[in-house]
Design a protein. Structure first.
Length: 401
């Protein structure tokens, strides 16, 4: 059996590991050895420790220099340490050491570009799993991730050339193969766009196989609705969500039963906002059954949660924390299945937005149309496809050099 290394380097919250976990479970059942390298060991402790998976900290850039907001994937890499040759060398050497220590036969990459660099340099077969945001389109220049702003093409190209110079200088130093474009790293691996075409952060790409999202609605504590004569509103939010306190106030005043899952919320906050109609929980909950009777969901905009809601025909209020989540909000608005708040000086009218979603039928109708289009979709089919891809790659390894 083979030794398979799961890599997660950029991004936060639970989504990356929850996407990898069902694949890792099945690989372990097949007899493969699995090891995780994760950005956040606290998340790993929550999700991987109970499952008995081994893990360690990923090499990450600890330099907290304040840089301008990235405008494309190349600038995301610059902000992640690629601006400094010494930092980049350390990151890549860290991944190379992990690959060698674990004696990996294959790497499963989830938002871990430097792990892909290491795989390219060593010829290690790799499978890249991600949403649209994490696997940029194969275009020159790499497109803007801030479509509401006018970004000069020169800036996009300059960022890409800058990163390429850094990567190729490093490859020459380490006696590895150079690349012509940043997306060559993804071309050298086998890519899995784990999303629906309509929810691709960059917009629908021609000729791309969207296998569908990976999520689970059965992980976490079981909860259920208590009231049958009220609408049901579910919220999955971080305390860092813009306007979090006012959003909780608006939820508490709804003529509805409300369940809020807010990992990291302080006990004082729970006491301040808990109401007879509102429960605040701190741990993930099982949503598969819960969503069958849910009328509206409020969340930041993670692909897994959004996909699960739309498959259940539930309209969404999205309160993004970052550009990735805002781009997801734009996709949901484009299909008419929800509303995304804007991060401007005036705080949104959360009460009014919630009332609109609950009372205006067009949002639910659009969400239900999406659900009808993808009726019968389950993550299990996507997991099987990924497992088959891994099996094929192990049998016929593809060098990225």
């Amino acid at each position: 059996m083979s030794r398979i290394l799961f890599a997660w380097e950029l991004g936060g919250n639970l989504g990356h590991i929850t996407r990898q976990l069902p694949i890792a479970r099945q690989l372990r059942q097949m007899g493969h050895q699995v090891f995780f390298v994760v950005r956040d060991t606290a998340v790993a402790a929550q999700l991987l420790t109970p499952e008995g998976f081994a893990y360690t900290q990923a090499p990450i850039n600890v330099d907290k220099k304040r840089l301008p907001q990235p405008v494309n994937y190349a600038e995301i890499l610059i902000a992640s340490g690629y601006a400094d040759p010494v930092v980049l060398l350390g990151l890549v050497q860290g991944w190379l050491s992990l690959i060698r220590l674990f004696k990996a036969d294959l790497m499963v990459v989830d938002h871990a570009p430097t792990a892909l660099v290491a795989a390219h340099l060593t010829g290690l077969p790799a499978i890249t799993i991600g949403t649209g945001f994490e696997i940029p389109p194969d275009r020159v220049p790499l497109p803007s991730i801030r479509p509401w702003e006018t970004i000069p093409t020169e800036r996009l190209l300059r960022a890409e050339h800058y990163v390429l110079e850094r990567l190729n200088a490093l490859a020459t130093f380490l006696k590895g193969g150079t690349i012509e474009r940043i997306t060559d790293l993804f071309q050298g691996s086998r890519r899995v766009l784990a999303t629906f075409a309509e929810l691709d952060h960059y917009g629908i790409r021609e000729g791309v196989n969207y296998v569908g999202p990976l999520f689970t609605g059965t992980t976490g504590q079981p909860v259920d609705w208590c009231l049958t004569d009220q609408p049901h509103v579910f919220a999955y939010l971080r305390p860092e969500t813009p306007g979090f306190d006012n959003l909780l106030k608006a939820l508490s005043k709804l003529s509805a039963e409300v369940i809020v899952v807010a990992p990291g919320i302080k006990p004082a906050h729970i006491q301040a906002f808990a109401r007879p109609n509102l429960r605040i929980l701190t741990q993930p909950v099982q949503t598969e059954q819960l969503f069958k009777l849910t009328d509206c969901v409020v969340t930041n905009g993670g692909t897994g949660t959004v996909s699960q809601c739309l498959l259940a025909g539930i309209p969404l209020l999205l309160v993004p924390q970052n550009v990735e989540q805002f781009l997801m909000g734009l996709r949901v608005e484009a299909i008419g299945a929800g509303i995304a708040t804007r991060n401007n000086r005036q705080e949104p009218d959360f009460a009014g937005l919630l009332e609109d979603l609950l009372k205006k039928s067009r949002y639910r109708q659009s969400a239900q149309a999406f659900a009808k289009q993808y009726a019968g979709y389950t993550s299990s089919g996507t997991i099987d496809s990924v497992i088959q891809l891994i099996d094929n790659t192990l049998k016929t390894p593809v060098s990225s050099n």
